[in-house]
Design a protein around this ligand. Structure first.
Ligand SMILES: COC(=O)COc1cccc(COC(=O)c2cn[nH]c2)c1
Length: 239
């Protein structure tokens, strides 16, 4: 999998060389390329933004640098196998299933917006050429798409076959199919008693049926408490 990052702060992605993703990059599973959008400007100030047509506060990212960067980084041929991701507050909520789908992509290009956003024609052009995803990580606003791109990268790359040392652990995570779309149950390890707090007895019983039942009950309780929106979805085992 090749990952490209287009940003006016490409140094954000240096961290990928040391993190979990770095290991994947080293063993050839993932190839990382970060690019400075200003490399595709031609004025002395390397300008990437301008005032919004129609007025309004803030600045909008100009389309020209994006178009020239696309030409050089991705090419001028249409190719639906290339996934182009625009993190944005206005995007579709990013989910574990979206991460799973993207984990089989051969190429993902992250376009990190700043200011008030990117000229919409950039997204329209990208949609005419590649597979575009405008995704939101949540109902809040960041200063730019870089942090969101890092989060999406981690969610996707850890699902790439061969990346995780113990793939079984993926099956029991929150939101994974193995959990029926429920939140993960509470986890414990040794010592059995810690600062007056004990591991639930059932987990020390060695009775696998009771342990499975306790874990399911805890997942249902937590999901009902924290994520009632998940309890009605078809994917969750509770209704
Ligand atoms: C079409 O894409 C764009 O115009 C992107 O423009 C912007 C503008 C400001 C901030 C961001 C970063 O994304 C978020 O804040 C975000 C993502 N998830 N939740 C919050 C992106």
């Amino acid at each position: 999998m090749r990952l490209d990052y287009l940003s006016i702060f490409p140094a954000y992605f240096d961290v990928l060389d040391i993190s979990l993703v770095g290991k994947a990059a080293i063993n050839g599973l993932v190839e990382i390329h970060a690019h400075d959008l200003r490399d595709w400007t031609h004025d002395r100030h390397r300008t990437v933004d301008d005032t919004p047509c129609g007025g309004g506060a803030g600045m909008v990212m100009k389309p020209d640098p994006w178009g020239e960067a696309f030409d050089e980084i991705i090419g001028t041929e249409s190719d639906p196998s290339v996934h182009v991701i625009f993190p944005a507050p206005s995007g579709t909520p990013f989910t574990q299933s979206a991460a799973a789908e993207l984990s089989s992509a051969q190429r993902i290009v992250f376009c990190c917006g700043r200011y008030e956003g990117i000229d919409h024609r950039v997204i329209d052009y990208a949609r005419s050429m590649w597979t575009v995803h405008e995704v939101s990580l949540g109902d809040y606003v960041l200063n730019g798409g870089e942090v969101a791109a890092l989060a999406i990268t981690e969610a996707v790359v850890r699902l790439v076959p061969g990346f995780m040392g113990n793939p079984e652990s993926l099956a029991e995570e929150s939101f994974s199919a193995g959990q029926d779309g429920l939140l993960e149950y509470p986890l414990f390890t040794r010592p059995v008693s810690w600062r007056g707090l004990d591991v639930p007895e059932v987990l020390m019983s060695g009775h696998h049926g009771r342990i499975a039942s306790w874990r399911r009950d805890e997942s249902v309780r937590l999901t009902r408490e924290r994520r009632p929106d998940l309890t009605d979805s078809d994917s969750s085992g509770i209704h």
